[in-house]
Ligand binder design. Structure first.
Ligand SMILES: [Zn+2]
Ligand SMILES: [Zn+2]
Ligand SMILES: [Zn+2]
Length: 243
């Protein structure tokens, strides 16, 4: 058991020990448990365990918050170059938007679809966060390769595959064109499926329902919908776009 050491007035980094923090139950009994009330150069007071003074704890916390705001040199996972960033909370350390999307796209041959392999939204479109903003992967893939997206226009898929980020499969269009496109391919959703307001089922649940041999009543209970809802799916009235 290490003996009690009086460190009154001693400095540890930015901290100066003032007195033992005797509000603690262990008081002075065991050195390791002793806490000292310290004053930081910034004026804050903090109770610090004697054993961590000068080792782990060198300030009231102000030092860490100052240094974490300084730009730090990191290596980009996309291009391998060094860059400086202030951000500490990033899922992927990347220098730019184009390096970020490189990490999520699984490139294949020029004619094939290049799926987004990271996070997808409920419709299957790739999405990711960069510098505190949320982006849609296929839009960024298009913009980087082919230039900006005119205001009010959307980036549409000629392959009809939402996660695809192959710029060759993407084109600029309006939402109306997109609807026409989907009509041609028979994938249009008119007040059906998850897009219909009030729909309680998801596409994956509907797939389960369509494959299941359970009674409509059991399925309805399982997914928390009315029996009618299951009948309509089975009779091909609703959710016809789901295989
Ligand atoms: Zn401080
Ligand atoms: Zn980079
Ligand atoms: Zn595609």
């Amino acid at each position: 058991m290490p003996a009690f050491k009086d460190i009154t007035g001693l400095r540890f980094g930015r901290l100066t020990a003032l007195k033992v923090d005797d509000s603690l139950p262990h008081g002075r009994l065991v050195n390791k448990k002793i806490k000292w009330i310290c004053e930081c150069d910034c004026g804050n007071r903090k109770s610090v365990a004697a054993s961590s003074l000068g080792r782990m704890t060198k300030s009231c916390g102000c030092y860490r918050s100052e240094t974490s705001k300084l730009p730090r040199e990191r290596i980009c996972l996309g291009c391998g170059k060094k860059f400086k960033t202030r951000t500490t909370k990033i899922d992927y350390v990347v220098c730019s938007l184009s390096c970020r999307i490189k990490l999520g796209i699984k490139k294949k041959s020029q004619s094939e679809c290049w799926p987004w392999v990271h996070l997808q939204d409920k419709d299957g479109y790739g999405e990711f966060w960069f510098s505190g903003k949320k982006y849609r992967a296929h839009r960024v893939a298009f913009a980087i390769e082919k230039g900006g997206i005119p205001h009010g226009k959307g980036v549409l898929h000629s392959c009809d595959n939402p996660p695809c980020c192959n710029p060759d499969h993407l084109y600029i269009g309006t939402v109306v064109e997109n609807t026409a496109d989907m009509d041609r391919r028979g994938r249009r959703v008119v007040l059906r499926g998850e897009d219909a307001g009030g729909s309680k089922l998801t596409e994956s649940q509907v797939k389960i329902i369509k494959k299941s041999n359970l009674s409509a009543r059991k399925l309805a209970a399982r997914f928390g919908v009315k029996d009618q809802c299951i009948y309509k799916i089975r009779q091909g009235v609703n959710w016809t776009h789901v295989p």
